[in-house]
Design a protein around this ligand. Structure first.
Ligand SMILES: [Zn+2]
Length: 416
């Protein structure tokens, strides 16, 4: 007799925000799809995994990844390292590939990866080389709106948005021209624009860029579904104004349907997070924002390439990092686990218009499942400003199922 299921994950706490499900359940998988979610699933299965004491959630979606390996320099990481081997089933590259390099991204990155790889295409024709190291490549002269929107429209299976920046260094050179162009391409292609906030490039010349005055101009340019990233940045230009308070324009942005991605990476400040969260603003999605400058990749696990040995590249940051670690830090700031799970699943799928395909454990969906350790103990968390926060709860990836296939969370970049 044929097995009813290929795999049953038994006894975990199953949380599926899109279906308002939270409780002890078994998940049955057949032919790479979710076949059943029920208590005490009593059927013959080729394989059974005990998940008792663990969280079983929709396959995590990292809304801010950098995986254009070998092309974006040391910045780009191996997609499966930050993906399935870190418990994440879908990664969305933010601004690595461009209209010129997208075919390479499709064939050499997305195609061979086991992880589901998507992208927000760069508005700049060069894409995110070396983590946008050379500012002069990122002005209006390096943008072709038409070519970008054409590339996006021709690759809708992978391209879900357009990546742009609105930060002091760029504004000192070009004002908000590049964001206007990104918005033009985004309207043309019918996809959202994702905006990096917080100083990235050094300010040019003898100008003072008052980001408190600029943020309302940025918000005026964008619309429902567009995404503001790095709200908790320790660099000037995030959601916290020069008085240390939530900028009032943020609530207006939320009212008009603008989404917020934490984009943890090198930008997460506990003090800034506290100010924003205390003011009642909850981000939409987490976004780990791991890359080769803030994550230590052992030589055998990736491709440590030469890179300009400049201070900008020596981001102080945790050597080992993961999506779960970003969730742990958010929870340490008082956000509930129940509020955090949608920020790595259902909200992410909605952000990219894929809620009919990803981000839930609905019957018939692709079997993308993340299983996490939910641990209690005592840990001290650190941010890049030297602030420490204590926590008694920690999430850690155990394994994931990607399209029905099992992957141990064994990436050497995971925090121990
Ligand atoms: Zn990034």
């Amino acid at each position: 007799m044929a097995d009813q299921y290929d795999l049953v994950i038994k006894g975990g706490r199953v949380i599926d925000p899109a279906n308002n499900l939270d409780g002890p359940n078994d998940v049955g998988i057949k032919d790479g799809k979710i076949a059943a979610v029920a208590q005490n699933l009593d059927a013959n299965s080729a394989q059974t995994i005990d998940a008792s004491g663990k969280l079983v959630i929709p396959g995590m979606i990292d809304t801010h990844a950098h995986v254009f390996e070998h092309v974006s320099g040391r910045f780009g990481m191996n997609p499966d390292l930050v993906g399935v081997r870190s418990g994440v089933t879908t990664v969305i590259d933010q601004g690595g590939p461009s209209c010129m390099t997208f075919p390479g991204f499709r064939n050499f990155i997305a195609k061979p990866a086991t992880t589901n790889v998507l992208a927000f295409i760069s508005i700049y024709t060069v894409g995110g080389l070396e983590g946008h190291y050379y500012p002069y490549l990122y002005g209006p002269g390096g943008i072709d709106v038409e070519a970008c929107s054409r590339a996006a429209a021709a690759n809708t299976d992978i391209v879900k948005g357009i990546k742009a920046h609105a930060e002091p260094g760029g504004i000192s050179r070009w004002g908000l021209e590049t964001l206007k162009m990104a918005k033009e391409a985004s309207r043309e292609a019918g996809i959202p624009v994702y905006i990096h906030l917080g100083e990235l490039w050094p300010v040019e010349g003898d100008v003072e860029i008052d980001m408190d005055a600029r943020l309302p101009e940025i918000v005026a340019l964008i619309e429902e579904g567009d995404i503001l990233a790095h709200p908790f940045t320790r660099h000037p230009g995030g959601f916290v104004n020069s008085e240390g308070k939530l900028h009032p324009i943020v609530n207006e942005a939320i009212d008009k349907g603008v989404l917020i991605d934490i984009g943890h990476g090198s930008h997460f400040s506990f003090d800034m997070a506290r100010a924003v969260l205390d003011a009642g603003v909850l981000p939409t999605t987490v976004g780990a924002d791991m890359h080769g400058y803030n994550t230590h990749v052992p030589a055998e696990a990736g491709t440590p390439e030469d890179h300009p040995d400049d201070e900008m590249h020596l981001f102080a940051g945790q050597a080992q990092f993961s999506m779960c670690h970003a969730m742990t830090e958010l929870m340490a700031m008082g956000v509930s686990m129940e509020d955090t799970i949608p920020m790595v699943s259902s909200h992410c799928a909605e952000m990219i218009g894929m809620e009919q395909e990803l981000g839930t454990l609905g019957i018939g969906r692709v079997a993308d499942i993340s299983v996490l350790h939910d641990e209690t103990g005592e840990w001290t968390l650190h941010d890049n400003s030297g602030v420490e926060v204590k926590t008694e709860r920690r999430l850690r990836p155990a394994f994931c199922i990607r399209a029905g296939e099992y992957f141990e969370a064994d990436a050497p970049i995971l925090p121990v």
